[in-house]
Design a protein around this ligand. Structure first.
Ligand SMILES: Cc1cc2nc3c(=O)[nH]c(=O)nc-3n(C[C@H](O)[C@H](O)[C@H](O)COP(=O)(O)OP(=O)(O)OC[C@H]3O[C@@H](n4cnc5c(N)ncnc54)[C@H](O)[C@@H]3O)c2cc1C
Length: 304
């Protein structure tokens, strides 16, 4: 007989639909926000779209005394072409990324990932910064940003620092950011040569977090792989790059045999667990299959 997962594992059962009391603060600048974060420390939380935070508050998982909204800070909301990279303000809505021709043309994998997230209402509220700072292993913007080797800009009491996205996530719900730091910008380098990229996500239903996801960015030199980046979501404590799979693929022709050999390597790189969305066995097996699918899609986008 199937056992009920119990209230701790079932987010709907745990959701009280009631927000605990909090004080709402709405600073207008990054500096003011950092000051407030420094002043209130553990008692404060940044509020962007609230699509993760408010759910966790209704579940009683988080009870911040102060919510510091960053929605009035204009300097956090933009998508800018800066020549060698595209800069995205941390409070930019997912819907703005979905509608951006720049993102669609330069970073198809990121565009696909954003389009797969929640419904329109969620994308109208949710932000790229919130998705990253929430640091779910299933965060959909993470695999594409990992394969495009994005950087994030973090503001704190001592100024700003730039961190490669590959070093940003430290565990489930954890990042390198201190309590009094604010994510202000995501920088995505423009591909220097023609690059085919793709994102694939498998979820239980359309509007759900990924059981497993993958992004690839592929560059070819003639018939062989010049460079390839592979990143996966929901298969490890953090979104992860599959470095051994990348190394194996470099310099090889992408034949069926080579791709399926790579599939076996990626299966040894992932570290999945069994949870309410899927089993470790399924995730491991499917990581190989979606790698092959994503490589083929990236090839197609390169016109091959
Ligand atoms: C119905 C539903 C469907 C969803 N579907 C998906 C999905 O398909 N894929 C997916 O990845 N996610 C999904 N989500 C989760 C969520 O919508 C996304 O993670 C979203 O991008 C979060 O952004 P937000 O602005 O709402 O974050 P918030 O909830 O405002 O914040 C999330 C966390 O990040 C912190 N934070 C936010 N911005 C900053 C900042 N600039 N600096 C420092 N800390 C910050 C907050 O304090 C909080 O801890 C879904 C959520 C719901 C409710």
């Amino acid at each position: 007989m199937l056992k009920s997962p119990g209230p701790r594992l079932d987010p709907n059962k745990a959701n009280t639909h009631i927000l605990p009391e909090f004080e709402y603060l709405a600073p207008r600048t990054v500096e003011e926000t950092v000051e407030l974060l420094s002043k209130y420390g553990e008692e404060a939380k940044v509020l962007a779209g609230g699509t993760d935070l408010l759910v966790r508050m209704k579940q009683g998982v988080l009870r911040p005394k102060y919510l510091i909204s960053i929605n009035r800070i204009k300097e956090l909301n933009y998508i800018k072409d800066r020549g060698d990279h595209v800069a995205i303000g941390a409070a930019t809505k997912l819907r703005a990324l979905e509608k951006s021709d720049l993102i669609k043309e330069l970073f198809p994998a990121l565009h696909e990932a954003v389009r797969s997230m929640g419904g329109v209402q969620i994308r109208n509220m949710g932000t790229i910064g919130g998705n990253l700072c929430n640091a779910s292993p299933a965060a959909d913007t993470a695999p594409p940003l990992l394969v495009f080797e994005a950087e994030v800009v973090i503001a704190g009491p001592n100024g700003r620092r730039v961190v490669p996205i590959t070093q940003f996530f430290t565990g489930p719900g954890k990042t390198v950011m201190a309590r009094n730091e604010l994510l202000v910008e995501v920088r995505v380098p423009k591909p220097v040569k023609p690059t085919g990229s793709a994102f694939i996500k498998i979820a239980r239903v359309a509007m759900d977090l990924a059981k497993i996801s993958i992004a690839v960015a592929l560059r070819m030199n003639g018939n062989v792989v010049e460079d390839v980046k592979v990143a996966l979501g929901s298969v490890a404590p953090t979104p992860m790059r599959a470095y051994r799979t990348e190394e194996f693929l470099k310099g090889k022709e992408l034949t069926e045999d080579v791709m399926w050999e790579a599939a076996n390597i990626v299966r040894t790189e992932v570290k999945p667990i069994t949870d309410i969305r899927s089993t470790a066995e399924y995730r491991r097996e499917v990581s190989g299959v979606i790698l092959v699918d994503a490589l083929k899609k990236a090839m197609e986008r390169l016109g091959r």
